[in-house]
Design a protein around this ligand. Structure first.
Ligand SMILES: *Cc1c(COP(=O)(O)O)cnc(C)c1O
Length: 383
């Protein structure tokens, strides 16, 4: 079938595992040319839908080297670490790191002889003191989960550069609409595209982009050799999500700001964790560093009745914040860190991090904000 005369406005889903070659000469060109001479061979290595996704994220992040799209956010972390680390290398992280990243680093990559250690974010900037002779990479998040601690990205990037250590930033909570970490001097940016990039809670995906083309090439090689490549349909869904990223991030952020102010005044809530509030310890940093006056859609609260029973009562009453342990979709949800992301810790360890039994994380969607306010007022009310 000759598709040449067909000109779709939107890239179709190339739901094919393999591509055809017209001759041995063409096959030879595919294997020997830079970028395969613009051809495609086998979808584990490359396909048009993931190329479109990566090109768009690389453009938004200012990542001249390009990158790779993977079947989950965590597969992106695996690729990012293996792209720059060997057996015997060490990775330095903040203690507040996302639980799934901790499990991958400390339970799985440790078995390959890649070590990880953790220090509280406030101390991480002193990279010179916490590094080991074999430290190759620092991994940090722009906003931590669930208390939304704000990273001073340029400061960390400078400290890493001074030590000759690479910096990988997990930007899943902010997206390139709020931060472009390569502009701080980071080396790679990693997204759970499952979250804001795709944005509709209907796809699991990861993306890593790099400034250095040599690192980006390693990322793509690893995706091919480890089978990490994101599939065509998922790539297409993520590309479709990206088309509204700018609009969504604005609405997520505006809604979250309105809810944060409302919750701060609600007697059923003792504390609101949202970087957009002046009362948040990271507010000045966030105001200086995040783009567009936006602070994202993630916020956490501590209920005045600081108990699991009070959280459960909220969950039973709310209609618009279903308990669903993910985040960043167009419709709102809530999550209970003590039973999900931080369930591996003891209650005392959680308390030390500030995650007491009454802490609840909200992922604020893009619904009509008045509807969200009515629902929260009801869910937090007595009776
Ligand atoms: C969800 C998440 C991840 C992991 O991504 P998956 O797509 O679930 O594999 C990594 N970092 C952060 C901050 C996340 O929220």
């Amino acid at each position: 079938m000759d598709l040449t005369p067909i000109h779709p406005k939107v890239t179709p889903i190339y739901q094919t595992s393999v591509f055809k070659f017209n001759s041995l000469a063409e096959l030879e060109t595919y294997y020997t040319s830079p970028d395969h001479g613009g051809m495609y061979g086998y979808s584990r290595s490359e396909h048009p839908n993931s190329d479109e996704l990566v090109a768009e994220v690389a453009r938004l992040e200012g990542a001249s080297g390009g990158g790779v799209a993977t079947g989950a956010g965590l597969a992106g972390l695996l690729a990012a670490v293996l792209a720059v680390c060997q057996t015997g290398d060490h990775v330095l992280c903040p203690a507040e790191l996302y639980g799934g990243s901790v499990v991958l680093l400390s339970n799985e990559l440790s078995r390959l002889g890649i070590e990880t250690s953790y220090v509280p974010l406030a101390q991480l900037y002193d990279v010179a003191s916490h590094r080991r002779p074999n430290t190759k990479l620092v991994l940090a998040e722009v906003l931590s989960n669930p208390l939304l601690t704000v990273l001073d990205g340029p400061r960390l990037a400078q400290a890493c550069q001074a030590e000759g250590i690479l910096l990988l930033i997990d930007s899943s909570f902010t997206s390139p609409m709020l931060t472009q970490p390569l502009s701080w001097g980071a080396d790679m940016v990693w997204h759970s595209a499952t979250k804001y990039l795709a944005g509709h809670s209907d796809v699991t995906a990861g993306i890593v982009v790099a400034r250095d083309p040599a690192i980006a090439k390693n990322l793509r090689r690893l995706a091919t050799n480890l089978g990490l490549m994101l599939a065509p349909l998922e790539s297409w869904l993520a590309v479709r999500g990206l088309k509204t990223l700018r609009l969504r991030m604005r609405q997520h952020s505006e809604n979250a700001m309105t809810l944060a102010r409302f919750l701060a005044d609600n007697p059923a809530v003792s504390q609101v964790f949202y970087p957009g509030l002046e009362s948040h310890p990271g507010h000045d940093l966030a105001a200086h560093q995040l783009l567009g006056g936006l602070y994202g859609g993630m916020l956490s609260i501590r209920l005045a009745d600081d108990s699991a029973a009070a959280v459960d009562a909220f969950i039973q009453k709310t209609k618009l914040f279903p308990l669903a342990p993910s985040l960043a979709g167009v419709s709102s949800s809530c999550s209970y860190p003590a039973a999900t992301s931080h369930r591996g810790l003891t209650e005392a360890q959680r308390a030390q991090l500030g995650i007491t039994p009454g802490v609840l994380r909200l992922s604020v969607g893009i619904e009509e904000v008045a509807d969200l306010l009515v629902d929260l007022e009801h869910a937090l009310g007595q009776g």
